[in-house]
Ligand binder design. Structure first.
Ligand SMILES: [Zn+2]
Length: 626
């Protein structure tokens, strides 16, 4: 799903709390097939429906218990058919409980016949509106609004294996829904349209729209297959839409190539125009108010992230929204997105993500729709955290993880939770990334940086990084901090400092006179308002050393030991680095063979003191004082 700006319209209008269903004392029915027959006239706020539900009773001991579905009280159930018989039911508090005659068969079914003037809830679950004076009807069930127009089990983890939807509407209108158009007939001014969708589908991804549509198709060849992208657009917007929709074809191919084949390849993909300000990724048919490229890309990406692999619970909604948002970026990287300025895109995401200093990616309050779909967190922060993860594990492991996630036997056409994804990242990358998930997914906020730097008389550049997390749930954010160092003669170097502890100081030899340093010029790190200033970092802490070297080792004796507890030896010309605690006698011993001979920077750190100097390591018998 994607909201149009200003997002606050949505928050103000629909900021309500809804109870989700729970199914205690009821048969745990696994929903397997839904046959939905609807009569809809967008001119009249009244719908009639017959929902035939096929289900499997998972636990034999529950076969005498009622089956419980969600259904709004604004709709009236006329009867529940069971073959030639009817079944007893109760319908209250937006639940429909259907009792078995005696007991359910292992696989069983009934038909709920219902009608009424549906009441919209949440994001506008069922809507009667108009465009250019023409009546339009549409549904948008995410997250808890399917019950407002269809009796259904609103359980995100119980996908229905297939859905057939038949819509009867006045002849002048067209009705669009999920899957393949099976049959369309007109009889006595009534148009009957039959849609068949034969892939597993989460309840909130089923949708119907009815209005006067102009329909046109574009075709995309991916591998050996040709996919129809069918567009149902408002006639008055036809020319405008036609100019935009064709741009999606290349992105469609790119997703098929870099992720995996389009998940609903045997059916179709499509767009249907509706009046809600934004887009919604209904399975095989995204509903859009506008056809901006990023919005089309976002909803298309959901067909993989969200529809084929659906988050297992609403608290993991970032798996849907963070990835769909990041896919806009993946398209832009290939020159197929709305923007070509990648750093500007990242900076915009960072700015939005930082609007919520106490916000957590993991949605804790899933019943509050405003908080659940907080765009700052689930979309912007979600996308940036995915980008940070990519930086952490590298492109090869990142794209391999995405492909494995989407092709995983357990998740494909089913559900995955955040932990499933994290386990896969760790498996593919071979890295323990618990710290990453703890700080960015379970923890809230982001780091706020205070960077101090100093260039010493011997040319060494010391940079100290202090951070204050924006929320107390994370004591320290481990990040790669990007800094650009500018010299007085126009020199420039970009540093990515792996900041792993509070107050960490880095020393390097830039080889020029440093004039100033700029924090993250490219939008690579999730933070805002960094402070960066020139400061004195080594004060009253100039130690003296005695060096003893032999063929076997190189020993550094620190004479004023008290101030320092850690040392780091970093090679100037290679990646060799050694870090350790300074022992009681103040001796650092480097055995020959562990670090090659050469020029090094020796850093000494204490609680308040820091010192760095250049030294030469060699393994020849020699004594020296420096
Ligand atoms: Zn979305």
């Amino acid at each position: 799903m994607c909201f149009f700006k200003p997002q606050n319209i949505f928050f103000l209008t629909f900021f309500i709390i809804i109870q989700t269903s729970a199914y205690p004392q009821n048969a745990d029915a696994d929903m397997i097939f839904l046959k939905l027959e609807l009569e809809i006239n967008p001119e009249v706020r009244f719908l009639k429906g017959k929902a035939t539900e096929f289900f499997r009773i998972k636990n034999k001991s529950e076969k005498k218990l009622p089956v419980k579905l969600d259904l709004s009280d604004s709709l009236k159930v006329l009867n529940v058919l069971y073959g030639k018989d009817t079944l007893e039911f109760s319908h209250k508090n937006n639940f429909l409980e259907i009792k078995p005659q005696n007991s359910w068969k292992e696989t069983d079914s009934f038909s709920v016949v219902y009608q009424g003037n549906p009441t919209k809830t949440g994001l506008g679950s069922v809507c009667y509106s108009a465009h250019d004076g023409i009546p339009v009807f549409w549904t948008l069930s995410e997250p808890y609004g399917a019950k407002d127009w269809v009796p259904i089990k609103q359980d995100i983890s119980d996908k229905i294996d297939s859905v057939f939807i038949t819509i009867k509407c006045p002849e002048k209108y067209k009705a669009v829904s999920n899957g393949k158009l099976f049959k369309e007939t007109v009889k006595k001014n009534i148009r009957t349209t039959e849609w068949r969708h034969k892939y597993p589908c989460a309840y909130y991804l089923i949708a119907v729209a009815v209005t006067q549509y102009k329909v046109y198709s574009e075709f995309v060849v991916t591998g050996k297959d040709t996919v129809e992208i069918v567009n149902y657009v408002y006639p008055e917007r036809y020319e405008q839409c036609r100019r935009k929709t064709w741009k999606l074809s290349e992105v469609f191919k790119m997703f098929c190539d870099s992720l995996c084949q389009y998940p609903f390849i045997k059916e179709k993909y499509g767009h249907a125009q509706f009046g809600w300000q934004g887009g919604m990724e209904h399975q095989t048919i995204s509903f859009l108010s506008d056809f901006s490229l990023d919005l089309m890309i976002h909803e298309l990406a959901h067909q993989w992230f969200g529809n084929m692999v659906t988050c297992k619970s609403w608290s993991d909604i970032f798996l849907n929204e963070g990835f769909a948002t990041y896919c806009e970026y993946l398209a832009a990287e290939k020159g197929l997105g709305q923007t070509s300025d990648l750093s500007q895109w990242r900076k915009a995401m960072i700015k939005k993500a930082c609007r919520n200093p106490q916000g957590c990616l993991n949605a804790k309050d899933t019943l509050n729709i405003g908080k659940l779909f907080d765009t700052s967190l689930r979309y912007s922060k979600g996308a940036m955290v995915i980008h940070l993860l990519r930086r952490e594990i590298g492109d090869a492991a990142f794209f391999k993880t995405l492909r494995e996630y989407l092709n995983n036997k357990t998740f494909k056409y089913s559900n995955a939770c955040a932990k499933d994804f994290f386990n896969l990242v760790s498996k593919v990358s071979g890295k323990n990334l618990d710290w990453f998930f703890m700080q960015w997914f379970y923890g809230s906020g982001y780091p706020i940086y205070d960077v101090k730097w100093q260039q010493t008389s011997d040319g060494l550049l010391n940079i100290k990084i202090i951070q204050t997390p924006s929320d107390s749930s994370v004591s320290f954010f481990r990040c790669k901090v990007p800094l650009t160092v500018f010299g007085s003669d126009g020199e420039r170097i970009i540093l990515k400092l792996n900041n792993t502890y509070q107050g960490q100081t880095f020393t390097m030899e830039p080889g020029f006179n440093v004039r100033y340093i700029v924090f993250d010029t490219e939008g690579e790190i999730l933070t805002q308002n960094p402070k960066i200033e020139k400061a004195v970092l080594c004060t009253n802490c100039y130690p003296a050393f005695k060096i003893e070297s032999s063929n076997a080792s190189y020993k550094i004796n620190i004479l004023n030991l008290k101030k320092f507890s850690f040392y780091t030896l970093k090679s100037i010309n290679s990646a060799n680095q050694l870090r350790g605690r300074i022992t009681g006698n103040g001796k650092i011993e480097i055995k020959a063979g562990t670090m090659p001979e050469g020029e090094y920077i020796l850093q000494l750190e204490g609680i308040n003191d820091y010192y760095a100097t250049k030294i030469d390591i060699y393994y020849k018998k020699r004594k020296k004082e420096i």
